[in-house]
Every structure is written in C-alpha cells, then in structure tokens.
Design a protein around this ligand. Structure first.
Ligand code: AVJ
Length: 325
C-alpha cells in the first residue's frame, strides 16, 4: 500500500496495477465467449465519459436516484442516526454523496473508495475544501479484492456503507451475494448498507438508456479497447468494432458487448487474438431486480431490508439494509 499526502488528507492506494490488468484482459480474451471485466471502463477518460452518461436524458438512473434521495433524506438521516462512519464503494466524483454529507449529523468520517485514482484525488480535494472539519480518508482500490480500511481519528456509532447507482447490478448473482456478504462484514453487527437498486421495467426504457442517441455509451464501451491499446500496447482498430447493448429478459439484465465487424486478428503483449466476424466481447452486465428478488439476495447475505424508497414510476429504489448478525 502506498499513502500519498494531499494536504488535509492521505490517499491510501491499493490499486493492483498493470500486471493485473494485462493478466485479466488476456484471460478474458482467451475465453469463449470472450469477455472483459467492466471495472476497467473507469480510467481517467472512461470516468469522464461515465459522468457524461449520467447527464443524458435517456440514462434515467442518476436523476431518479437523486430525486428519491432528496424526497426522503430526512427519513434516511433518522434511520442512519448520528455519528456514522460513511464508507462509499465506487465513489467516483462523490457528487451524489453530498446530500448525505450535507444532512447526516455528527459524521465521524467519510471513506470514498474508487478504482480511478485521478478522479478520487480530485473529489477528495474538493470535499475537504467544501466540508471543513470533515475527515476524508480516500482509498484507491479495486473493491472486488480485499483491502484494509483506514482508521478514522474519531470513534463512530456505526458503519454505514453507501453503494449508489445500482452498481450492484454489475455483479452476476453469485458474486453479488458474496459481495454483499463481504459488505455485511465491513459494516459489522448494527451497521447498515444504503444501496441503490435498479428495478425491472419496460425493456424499451432500458434499451434507450444503454443506446443513447449521442453515442456516449458506445464511446464509453469502446474506450475499453482504446485503454488496452494505450496501456497494454494493443492494436485494436476501434472502427472494426461496434457497441451492442440489449435487455435480456430471461436473465433480467442489460448486456453490453463489443462486436467484431470483420474477421481479424488483434495483438497485445505478443499474443495474437483472433476474432470472427460478428464475434462478441462481453463487457458489462447490468442486472435489474424486483423488490422481492433483491430482498431474497440481501437476506441470503445476512442483511434485513429495513426500508425501501422508490420513485412514482417504480423505476429505481434506494434501500437501507441492516446487518442482522
Ligand atoms: C454505474 C455500473 C451502474 O450499469 O448502468 C452506464 C454503468 N454502463 N451505461 C450501469 C453503465 C453503461 C452503470 N453502473
């Protein structure tokens, strides 16, 4: 672990680095069907493309979630109680977190965790200047691996993990349950998880959300190949691949793929990877849930659903789960 001083905060760095990136890319591209882990979307450019996705009309998640937060923030503050140590997985720009930072009482500290170091650094610097007196303890990590949490200077009443945006939907069902079990361990008995969970809805709405008119989602998906070219010396030709996203109702998920438009061979790190015309690289799944499905999974991971807040259309939910151990 490296720790770097940022004036009023230290950034704890557990990022696994390029060896890991290369190994995971090669193993994913050797599989049949080919796949790449969606966590690698978020380099500096990818994170800024994701911020642009969040501003699109078609991508209903951020606005719907923010409206739910704003409507019910008082109930949330009541349930979470004072003296919380707030830990956020995939904090990104921490924009959505502000409503919690503004309203929670006697916050012990805020621990933003993100895989994108540059964005994490900027967000932390911004937060310490806006929230004077708040202890900010940024951690750069791939939170699908284990890492140590920094110790806050002040004692806390309870640990609350914040996991907004329905990022839980990126995990397949079994890893999702394991991840929630891990989070239950992190918050400990009496702790809680405030989580954004996207709900099953009209497939047309889902289709448009992942196939926006401006092509920002396509650029976000293709940036993964650009990143591989840049960081791993790959020779992907981007115009030979195409963004393909659709809702798979049987599996209850949106799938994003990159399709090879022709027969071709791509090289990276002296390995030749053949693609047939029409062959896909599966780059992301975004599972959508019914409230019952999510409650079942949370229960299997040791969480009780304490409270569910939704919007009028029932498109999205914010839920507070408590560790029942
Ligand atoms: C941030 C993972 C929740 O799956 O909806 C947005 C990422 N991918 N558009 C999602 C994403 C394509 C997003 N998550």
């Amino acid at each position: 672990m490296k720790a770097e001083e940022g004036g009023q905060f230290r950034l704890h760095d557990f990022n696994p680095g390029q060896d890991c990136f290369l190994a995971e890319v090669l193993s994913g591209l050797r599989k049949s069907p080919k796949e790449l882990p969606s966590k690698y979307f978020y380099d500096e450019h990818g994170s800024s493309l994701f911020e642009r996705i969040c501003a699109l009309d078609e991508y209903y998640i951020p606005s719907t979630e923010a409206a739910i937060m704003e409507t019910y923030i008082e109930e949330m503050v009541e349930l979470l109680g004072p003296g919380v140590l707030l830990i956020e997985y995939g904090s990104g720009s921490s924009a959505k977190t502000r409503i919690l930072l503004d309203n929670l009482r006697e916050l012990a500290a805020y621990v933003p965790i993100d895989i994108c170091r540059e964005q994490l650094w900027c967000a932390a610097r911004e937060l310490v200047s806006v929230y004077s007196g708040l202890e900010v303890l940024p951690v750069c990590a791939d939170y699908t691996n284990s890492f140590e949490l920094p110790l806050p200077g002040q004692p806390s009443e309870r640990k609350v993990v914040y996991f907004p945006g329905s990022t839980i939907g990126n995990f397949d069902p079994v890893p999702a349950r394991h991840f929630l079990e891990h989070v239950a361990g992190v918050c400990g008995p009496g702790g809680g998880l405030l989580i954004g969970v996207d709900l099953k809805k009209d497939p047309g709405v889902l289709h448009r959300a992942y196939n926006d008119g401006e092509g920002v989602t396509a650029a976000f998906n293709l940036n993964l190949l650009e990143r591989i070219n840049r960081e791993l010396n790959g020779d992907f030709q981007l115009e030979r691949f195409e963004h393909y996203a659709f809702y798979n109702p049987g599996e209850g998920r949106v799938e994003m793929h990159l399709l090879s438009l022709i027969d071709q061979t791509v090289h990276l790190d002296n390995v030749a990877i053949p693609f047939a015309r029409g062959e896909s690289i599966w780059t992301e799944s975004s599972y959508k849930f019914t409230l019952d499905e999510f409650e079942q999974m949370a229960g299997a991971a040791g969480f009780k659903v304490e409270k569910v807040w939704t919007d009028e259309r029932q498109w999205f939910s914010v839920q507070y789960l408590v560790n029942t151990e």
